[in-house]
Design a protein around this ligand. Structure first.
Ligand SMILES: Nc1ncnc2c1ncn2[C@@H]1O[C@H](COP(=O)(O)OP(=O)(O)O)[C@@H](O)[C@H]1O
Ligand SMILES: [Mg+2]
Length: 481
């Protein structure tokens, strides 16, 4: 529940946040890094401690080990922090440990000792100057990221130990770098392979199953920690302030990430083209297509940027350059008939806008439930249609074609299962989900099974319903694609 609110981050939340800069930090961070609330809640207090002047001396302000599967937002977290603290994602000192796999390469980091051939030419990558260069007027806290530390040569790990322990790094020329005003982040995908085995059967779209998620969280944490303990010495592990295990991204998080990236693209178009800008209209189905193409259990959301660039940004650029888009126009992005690419076309005047989020029909005469779900779905950008009877439902489906229908079993003018079968005939692509307060009679149970209508037993959590709908829509979509 909390999770879902964080990741959809509405404008209301951001407005409220503006009053208090620290609240702001948490809110903005959790908008930028979707679906990883633990990361934000653990890191922010260390920044507050620094800003209050209470950070301990003789060590970095905070040392965090970020673990978890690829493409779930580990590096993105540090970039987002840099953006919030210093105004640019580039304001961080990033050491790609993959570049220091060999012992002799570590000299690039700290510079060669005097007397060594070429020591004057070796500018150490880590120096006090470089640390200062990534701070800003708004904060003197530098962010240092050792990315993918499992790849580093053992001597780099030994150097790191000194940094973690005393907050000091001695360079080749015997000068030293002080990390007392730094947050140090170590990222690693140690244990990721075993984690994948754990999550693969239900990666992503499975978040609907109650209980499973909490279970998975602690399992992944244990796997990650065991892998870290095996690779690094106890002294090393003991100096880390917090270990944060990143979760595989749920369908909900992926949706939010796609929405953000499309919004970023729209903002970019608006600023770059100013008065010649146009509106990009990306319907719900297209967003699902982008998720399908750009994300995987193996790489998380890592390829999503590239997918959007290739299938959306580049074709748009071509259209603009060749004068196919008028200022103020609307460009609709649909899935091409071969389903392997996207088709962009300016919309005709008067053409209705395609909804960018699912439309769900809820048929129940319980008004409290209707209102509650309505609010929740609106927060996620969904559109909720409601009906209190079977006859009203049939009318709505006939002219609005929702993506999914959530039907109560007991309706004033009939039975939900029968209604489901009728609605399916009316709209074959629509997903039907049944809700009931009791056990269904066996014959209705059989009908649900035959038509693949999942049955939700009341009471249930509202997020459960939304996840159920998401997973149904995603599954249908990937089967088609
Ligand atoms: N939790 C997330 N929130 C927002 N974007 C994300 C998230 N996870 C991954 N991404 C997207 O995927 C890209 C790769 O994520 P990254 O943080 O580099 O993954 P890793 O966990 O392997 O370090 C990011 O640049 C961002 O576009
Ligand atoms: Mg990374």
């Amino acid at each position: 529940m909390v999770d879902s609110k964080k990741s959809t981050g509405t404008g209301g939340r951001a407005r409220k946040a503006a009053a208090d800069p620290m609240e702001n930090l948490t809110a903005i961070l959790s908008q930028k890094v979707v679906g990883q609330p633990a990361a934000t809640s653990v890191i922010v207090p260390y920044i507050q401690m620094f800003q209050a002047g209470l950070a301990p001396e003789g060590r970095p302000v905070g040392i965090f080990l970020l673990l978890g599967p690829t493409g779930t937002g580990k590096t993105k977290t540090v970039e987002a922090l840099a953006e919030v603290l210093h105004g640019s994602a580039k304001n961080l000192l990033k050491i790609d440990c993959g570049e220091f796999q060999m012992e002799h390469e570590v000299a690039k980091l700290i510079g060669a000792p005097p007397g060594y051939l070429g020591h004057r030419e070796t500018q150490p990558m880590l120096s006090q100057q470089k640390l200062t260069a990534v701070t800003s007027d708004s904060s003197s806290l530098s962010l240092v990221l050792f990315d993918e530390i499992e790849k580093a040569a053992p001597s780099l790990t030994r150097l790191l130990l000194g940094v973690l322990d005393k907050g000091v790094l001695r360079l080749g020329d015997n000068s030293s770098v002080n990390f007392e005003k730094s947050l140090v982040f170590l990222t690693s995908n140690l244990g990721a392979r075993e984690m994948m085995k754990e999550i693969n059967p239900n990666f992503g779209f499975s978040a609907g199953a109650p209980g499973v998620r909490g279970d998975i969280t602690s399992k992944l944490e244990n796997i990650a920690l065991a892998a870290v303990r095996k690779k690094f010495s106890p002294e090393f592990v003991n100096r880390i302030d917090c270990v944060i295990t990143y979760q595989p991204l749920t369908a909900e998080s992926l949706s939010a990430i796609v929405d953000h990236q499309i919004l970023d693209l729209q903002n970019h178009v608006n600023t770059r083209l100013a008065s010649r800008c146009f509106q990009i209209e990306v319907p719900f189905e297209t967003r699902q297509w982008l998720i399908e193409k750009g994300t995987s259990s193996e790489y998380g959301a890592r390829e999503l940027n590239r997918t959007i660039h290739r299938h959306l940004t580049q074709p748009l650029a071509t259209m603009v350059a060749t004068g196919q888009v008028d200022a103020g126009a609307r460009v609709r992005v649909e899935i091409a008939s071969d389903r392997a690419s996207l088709a962009l076309r300016p919309t005709r005047t008067g053409e209705a806008e395609a909804p960018s989020h699912p439309t769900v029909l809820l048929v129940d005469d319980n008004r409290d439930l209707l209102h509650f779900l309505e609010r929740l779905m609106a927060e996620a950008g969904w559109r909720l249609l409601t009906a209190e009877s079977a006859s009203e439902a049939r009318r709505i489906v006939a002219d609005q074609k929702p993506n999914a229908a959530l039907l109560d079993y007991m309706l004033p003018d009939g039975n939900g299962v029968e209604l489901g079968v009728q609605l399916r005939r009316q709209a074959p692509k629509m997903q039907v989900i049944m809700m009931t307060g009791s056990v269904l009679p066996p014959e209705d149970e059989a009908v649900c099974e035959e038509h693949d209508f999942p049955v939700l037993r009341k009471p249930f959590l509202a997020t459960e319903v939304m996840n159920q709908i998401r997973s149904r829509l995603a599954a249908v979509f990937s089967a088609k694609g």
